[in-house]
Write a protein that binds this ligand. Structure first.
Ligand code: AMP
Ligand code: FE
Ligand code: FE
Ligand code: ZN
Length: 291
């Protein structure tokens, strides 16, 4: 079984439609793919409708969160969630708040860039996102198209980096609250790329222990941004805390170079996710039949 539990479509900051994404997953020989767009479940229906025979789609989400250390500024953390009820009122209200927050913050970043003389126009970026969830990758593409930078990577390394004078943070969900919301909605919360130091500041073991205490069920261990040492540390921690472990590509289509299926989840761990998730069912079985 080839199982990839973290991918993005153009409904957030990937570049493939949900239908194209499930076709990519099947073509890559995956048996299971999770659709985990940032702060939205809007891609689920299209992924379900387009699901090729033989592929299971695990409906999911990547929730934008923050961890609040005692004496330091908040750390941005991402929470994967699977099999929750997408209509759960408190969770869907928080997702709506996060999407609105992204719009306001995106506009502030673009306004700051435009004031500094960069030829980017907020309305054009919103148009290009086609009603999806806006993020820095959309601004990055606009900077590439305007010829300001040569690549999305270059935009992230410079003008859009959290160290850039034009950077604006988002008011993301307190991760402990996010974990409770996902559990209340019958879902399975998994801490995404938790030790990826190449992305910026990361949390310490005590934070992960606190998350486990709040109801976290798993750690994403095998992720392209984790070094071998980071994976080993997380695997040990998962064993100590009784958490399940996952592996995934965090594929973003052409917005990143990582191919789908670059890292995979162990079938036994996937079974544990299926057993723990009660808010909705995976999209599986014969195509054309509601699964
Ligand atoms: P935001 O959510 O708006 O703060 O933007 C962060 C998102 O940009 C994350 O979801 C990453 O997947 C994505 N990202 C981070 N670095 C890069 C990069 N170098 N190239 C493309 N996407 C990136
Ligand atoms: Fe992303
Ligand atoms: Fe992430
Ligand atoms: Zn992701």
């Amino acid at each position: 079984m080839r199982i990839d539990l973290h991918t993005h479509s153009a409904v957030s900051d990937g570049t493939e439609s949900p239908a194209a994404l499930v076709a990519t997953a099947a073509a890559a020989g995956l048996d299971v793919v999770a659709l985990t767009d940032h702060d939205t479940t809007d891609g689920w229906a299209a992924a379900r409708a387009a699901r090729p025979a033989g592929l299971t789609v695990l409906p999911g989400l990547e929730l934008s969160c923050r961890w609040f250390p005692a004496d330091e500024p908040p750390v941005s953390v991402h929470l994967l969630a699977y099999l929750f009820d997408p209509a759960h009122p408190a969770l869907s209200a928080e997702l709506a708040r996060l999407r609105a927050e992204r719009l306001g913050r995106g506009e502030r970043i673009v306004t700051a860039l435009a004031a500094a003389g960069y030829p980017v126009v907020w309305e054009r970026i919103v148009e290009a996102s086609a009603g999806g969830v806006v993020g820095r990758p959309h601004v990055a593409r606009a900077l590439v198209e305007a010829g300001v930078v040569g690549s999305v990577d270059q935009a992230f390394a410079g003008l859009l980096s959290h160290r850039s004078p034009h950077y604006v943070a988002k008011a993301d969900t307190d991760v402990l609250e996010g974990i409770r919301l996902v559990r209340d909605a019958g879902g399975v919360p998994v801490f995404a790329h938790g030790l990826a130091t190449k992305r910026g500041r990361v949390v310490d073991d005590a934070a992960i222990e606190a998350m486990a205490g709040a109801g976290l069920l798993g750690l994403e261990v095998d992720h392209p941004d984790h070094s071998p040492a980071e994976r080993e540390h997380l695997r040990g921690l998962a064993g100590e805390l009784g958490l399940l472990t996952t592996g995934s590509s965090d594929h973003h289509g052409a917005n990143k170079t990582t191919p789908i299926g670059a890292c995979l989840t162990d079938p036994g761990q996937y079974e544990a996710i299926l057993a723990a998730g009660t808010g909705t069912a995976p999209f599986t079985g014969p195509v054309g039949v509601p699964g």
